[in-house]
Design a protein around this ligand. Structure first.
Ligand code: UT7
Length: 357
């Protein structure tokens, strides 16, 4: 059995419609200045298609980068909190849309930490169970859940997907150490109530779901939770903070990212930040940022990359990734989303109508 699981392909998919802070300010009581200064976000993407479409395009691009054909994929994991339906798994739809018909497929809901949980799972499946080509996808359509009467949470989230292909390797690479955790006692501070069997199916408007959260409380716990998992990873690997070439953190708030960088004593030049453009895309933030770092030539063979995330659950996780040899895609996919002829505000028209008083 292989000792390591290398990332051999990567791809992302961001829907084209852009929702700016000024767009928000045109419908609710907020401002570009408030959103930028409190969260770091300038704009986010709004999807005109279901989550599984975003995931499938990202997956096609990752498979092309690895030169892997869909029928070679033997495991497909979708990390997400905003699946197409409660039943079946979003992974099942993605399987059909990618043609990865020989794969075992399942969803993994670990909130915004989902991609790190997915990498750890895939790595273990390759090392222990002999899987050969595994797709791990982080994909979200969180704007579907926006409640325009809650300006605190509504402005933070966006849509997007990122995917990677993992394959066995004997070189020391891939996820070398990961620590995952959760504190379910605080599950209620970030939830989408009435969206499942814990809710009252027949209450008024039962099908209008939205994100309920206590931003300040999550903020405090996020910084502590990520720092404690990162410490465990550093201890286990024996690495010093200076040995870290790049940090790819979950993108929830620029101030949280800066606090993590401060804790790690890593200058911001060595931290991946794209929250300005995409907001918080939950399980997709890390794989999307990873793709951008590769596109920008900011990842070199052998680099040591620290991943860190926290999210609904309240989950948390950190992982040390040693990049393998491949930093450029082997080929490119022509997979695209269907064209979008609406503005972001038009796509969200029903949400605005139904969630604003
Ligand atoms: O990935 C996991 C999920 N991510 C998170 O949960 C993010 C964690 N939390 C955060 O990022 C921050 O807590 C927020 C960005 C959500 C909020 O920032 P904050 O500095 O903690 O603001 P706050 O909630 O303490 O609110 C400060 C003020 C309040 O007004 P008063 O009570 O001081 O008069 C809010 O009503 O800002 C007001 N406010 C807004 N004003 C303009 C809240 N949202 C907005 C808004 N526009 N969109």
């Amino acid at each position: 059995m292989a000792k390591y699981a290398d990332i051999t392909g990567w791809g992302k998919c961001l829907p084209p419609a852009v929702l700016t802070n000024d767009d928000f300010a045109s419908v609710i009581d907020t401002s570009d200045e408030w959103i930028r200064s409190r969260s770091g976000i300038s704009e986010r993407r709004v999807s005109h298609v279901p989550n599984s479409d975003l995931a499938a395009v990202a997956a096609h691009r990752a498979m092309a980068a690895a030169n892997a054909s869909p029928d070679e994929i033997d495991l497909l994991i979708v990390a997400s909190t905003s699946g197409d339906n409660m039943v079946p798994s979003t992974a099942a739809y993605v399987q059909a849309k990618t043609g990865a018909l020989n794969a075992a497929v399942f969803d993994l809901n670990a909130g915004c930490s989902g991609f790190i949980y997915g990498l750890e799972t895939a790595t273990a499946m390759i090392r222990a169970a002999g899987y050969l080509k595994v797709l791990v996808i982080g994909s979200e359509r969180l704007t579907w859940l926006i409640n325009f009467s809650d300006r605190g949470s509504g402005v933070l989230f966006g849509d997007g997907a990122g995917a990677v292909v993992l394959e066995p390797s004997d070189e020391e690479c891939g996820l070398l150490s990961a620590h995952l955790g959760c504190d379910g006692r605080y599950a209620h501070i970030l939830e989408v109530p009435n969206s499942g069997t814990g809710g009252d199916r027949f209450r008024d408007n039962y099908n209008i779901f939205d994100i309920n959260f206590d931003g300040r409380e999550i903020f405090k716990r996020a910084v502590k939770g990520m720092a404690s998992e990162v410490k465990k990873v550093l201890r286990e690997t024996g690495l010093k903070r200076d040995d870290i070439d790049l940090v790819i953190p979950h993108q929830a708030n620029l101030r949280i990212i800066e606090s993590l960088a401060h804790f790690l004593k890593v200058p911001m030049e060595r931290v991946a930040v794209n929250i300005q453009q995409y907001g918080n895309t939950s399980a997709a933030t890390i794989p999307v940022a990873m793709c951008e770092m590769l596109e920008q030539g900011r990842i070199a063979p052998g680099d040591r990359i620290m991943l860190a995330a926290f999210g609904a659950g309240l989950t948390r996780g950190a992982g040390l990734l040693r990049w393998g040899q491949r930093v450029t895609p082997l080929s490119e996919s022509d997979a695209e989303l269907p064209p979008c002829d609406q503005t972001a505000l038009e796509i969200l028209g029903d949400a605005i109508e139904h969630t604003l008083p």
